[in-house]
Design a protein around this ligand. Sequence first.
Ligand code: DX5
Ligand code: ZN
Length: 225
Amino acid sequence: MGRKNILAPSILAADFNHLGDEIDAVTQAGAEYLHIDVMDGMFVPSISFGMPVISSIRRGRGCFFDVHLMVEQPERYIETFASCGADGITVHQEATRHLHRTIQEIRGHGLKAGVALNPSTPLSVLDYVLEDLDMVLIMTVNPGFGGQKYIPQMTEKVRTLRARAEALGLDLDIEVDGGVNDKTIHTVLGAGANVCVAGSAVFGGDRAANVHKYLEIMEKYPVYE
Ligand code: DX5
Ligand code: ZN
């Protein structure tokens, strides 16, 4: 099974007053992943939502729940998020002391394991865990809020990571998160990212039309095998 290009709408930018309809609008339009940003007010300044919301939106939905934990000591919550219905859990390297163990725990629950890196965190922190990962999330803004501007230096980071993964023969997903729009999506796909998170770009305006637009762009980029 090779990698594919995947769109992951971030529900952080959805209208929570109609959350179920917002999710159905983007998944019915063809988005395979739902990107779910959990913020604890400690690792990042803001607080978003947590377990009860995830369990509730899980019911009756088959799309992939891509849970991005912006939480201090995320190892405290792996089991809980697994039972809430996460399909993949991504933790921040900066937030967990025993990263290797945390990754093993995510995998131990049968979930896809991801590690996120803040913009200033070097790729080298992943040197000894890269082969244990399903995905690396390169933050292309500082985590904590939607609607920020893409940080241009992150393009090189994505390119370098893809080259490393290829050199090691790894089937690694590279996700980018923050400031992805109809301009920057070309940049990140060209650099080797294959999972694109988009919050305001999908949930601003016509949801279905936005999803179709991004899926069409993504189809044109080759998947790195
Ligand atoms: C930021 C979150 C993102 C956010 C992206 O900390 O991790 O997932 O929703 O929002 P946009 O796409 O609007 O930059
Ligand atoms: Zn995110």
